[in-house]
Design a protein around this ligand. Structure first.
Ligand SMILES: Nc1nc2c(ncn2[C@@H]2O[C@H](COP(=O)(O)OP(=O)(O)OP(=O)(O)O)[C@@H](O)[C@H]2O)c(=O)[nH]1
Ligand SMILES: [Mg+2]
Length: 239
C-alpha cells in the first residue's frame, strides 16, 4: 500500500509563540505530511508568521478567517479545504500549543491500518497529563466522563482534540450539519463517526500543559458542551 499522505489541521488563535516551531516539528515527524493552519485573524500576528513560512514551503497552507469564530467551525473550514487537496487520504487535527506532541503523529497514521478514526487518548493507561493544575485535571476528567456517559460513546477520551480521520469518514459525515461551534465539536465528530459505523480506535498520548500563550476556552464553550451531549443523545441533529 502506498504511504498515506496526511494533512495536519491546526486551528490557531493567538499562537504566535508556538506556531513556527510546531510547523517545523510536525513536518519533520511525518516526513511526507502537509500542514494547514486555520487562523481567526489572531491579533498577535500568528497568520503573518505562517504566511511567511507558507511562501517558502508548499507543504504549509494557511486559511484565514475574519475573526474568532470558534474551534469547531475552524475545523469544518479546514476539513473542506483539506479534502480539496490532491491525494489526501487522512486528516489529523491537533492543538497549536504543544499539548499534542508531534512525536505521536506517525502512530496515528499507523493505527489507520486498523481503524477509521484514531483518537489520541489521555485516559488509556490511567491519566497521562503533565503539568496540569489538579483543578484543571479534575474538570477535564469530569467533562470527559460526563460526555461519555450521556452520549454512550465507546471512547475513553471523547473530548480529545488530537484526532485522525480517514478521508472517507470526513466525506460521509455531513460537515454542513455539524452544529457544535466550539470545543464540543470534538465530541460531535466522534459521535457522528460512531453512528455511521466507523471503527474508532485510541492510542495513548501524554498530554502536556500549553507551552506558551493563553487558553481560549470561554464560559459559552462550556455551556454549549453541556447541551451538545444531550442534543446528540436525544437525536436532535441533522444527519
Ligand atoms: N481558529 C481558531 N482556533 C481556536 C479557536 N479557539 C481555540 N483555538 C485553537 O484551538 C486549540 C485549542 O485551544 P486551547 O486554548 O489550547 O484550549 P485548551 O487546550 O482547552 O486550553 P489551554 O491549553 O489550557 O489553553 C489551540 O490551537 C487554539 O489556538 C477559535 O475560535 N478559532
Ligand atoms: Mg491547549
Amino acid at each position: 500500500m502506498p504511504a498515506r499522505r496526511p494533512v495536519v489541521i491546526i486551528p490557531t488563535y493567538n499562537e504566535a509563540d508556538n506556531i513556527g516551531k510546531l510547523i517545523e516539528e510536525v513536518l519533520r515527524a511525518l516526513g511526507n505530511g502537509r500542514v494547514l493552519i486555520v487562523d481567526d485573524n489572531s491579533p498577535d500576528g500568528t497568520s503573518d508568521i505562517v504566511g511567511k513560512i507558507a511562501e517558502k514551503n508548499p507543504d504549509v497552507l494557511l486559511a484565514k478567517r475574519p475573526g474568532k469564530l470558534g474551534l469547531g467551525t475552524a475545523y469544518i473550514h479546514g476539513f473542506k479545504k483539506a479534502l480539496a487537496l490532491p491525494d489526501v487520504d487522512c486528516v489529523i487535527g491537533m492543538d497549536a500549543d504543544f499539548s499534542h506532541s508531534p512525536q505521536y503523529l506517525p502512530d496515528f497514521v499507523k493505527a489507520l491500518d486498523e481503524f477509521d478514526v484514531v483518537v489520541g487518548s489521555r485516559y488509556l493507561n490511567g491519566i497521562s497529563v503533565v503539568n496540569w493544575p489538579i483543578r484543571r485535571l479534575f474538570i477535564s476528567f469530569f467533562a470527559n466522563n460526563y460526555a461519555r456517559f450521556i452520549t454512550g460513546l465507546p471512547v475513553r477520551d471523547c473530548t480529545s482534540g488530537f484526532c485522525c480521520y480517514k478521508r472517507e469518514v470526513l466525506e460521509r459525515i455531513n460537515l454542513d450539519a455539524v452544529r457544535a461551534r466550539g470545543y464540543s465539536f470534538l465530541v460531535e465528530m466522534k459521535y457522528r463517526a460512531h453512528e455511521l459505523g466507523f471503527r474508532i480506535g485510541e492510542i495513548p498520548i501524554i498530554f502536556f500543559e500549553r507551552r506558551s500563550g493563553q487558553t481560549k476556552m470561554s464560559k459559552l464553550d462550556i455551556l454549549e458542551a453541556i447541551f451538545t451531549v444531550w442534543r446528540l443523545r436525544l437525536g436532535f441533529y441533522k444527519k
